[in-house]
Design a protein. Structure first.
Length: 120
C-alpha cells in the first residue's frame, strides 16, 4: 500500500512551480514543495531502507529492502531545501550535489541517482 499523502498534490505541484519560476518564495511555499516531492519519492520508490531528510521541512523513508525501525537509520541522505528541489527537478545532478558537499549520504543504500530527477 502506498504511503498516505499529507500534502495535497495540486498544492504541491503549484508550490514547486512557484519555486521553479525563480525568485524568493515564502517559507510555506518552500515547505509545501519539499513535502510534496518527498511524498512523491516515497510513492515512486516505496520502502523503508533509506531515510531522506530535508530539515526543517520533512523526512521520508523510501526504497525497497531491509526495514529500519529503531535508532539512527543505517542509510540516510540529508540536504537543504534548495538542493533537494534542484535535485528533484534536474537542475543539479546527484553526482554534482554530492561532490560539491551540498548533501550527505551515509550507508551503502544511500544513493538516489537512479530516482532523480523525479519531476524534471
Amino acid at each position: 500500500m502506498p504511503p498516505k499523502r499529507r500534502t495535497d498534490p495540486a498544492a504541491g505541484r503549484a508550490a514547486l512551480d512557484r519555486w521553479r519560476a525563480g525568485g524568493e518564495v515564502d517559507r510555506t511555499t518552500l515547505a509545501t514543495a519539499v513535502r510534496y516531492t518527498l511524498e512523491e519519492l516515497a510513492a515512486r520508490a516505496p520502502g523503508h531502507t533509506l531515510e531522506v531528510r530535508v530539515p526543517p521541512y520533512g523526512v521520508t523513508q523510501c526504497l525497497a529492502g531491509p526495514r529500519h525501525t529503531r535508532g539512527t537509520p543505517p542509510n540516510v541522505v540529508e540536504t537543504d531545501a534548495g538542493t533537494w528541489l534542484a535535485l528533484v527537478t534536474g537542475r543539479v545532478s546527484w553526482t554534482n550535489a554530492l561532490a560539491g558537499g551540498h548533501l550527505t549520504a551515509s550507508g551503502e543504500r544511500a544513493d538516489l541517482d537512479e530516482w532523480l530527477p523525479l519531476l524534471p
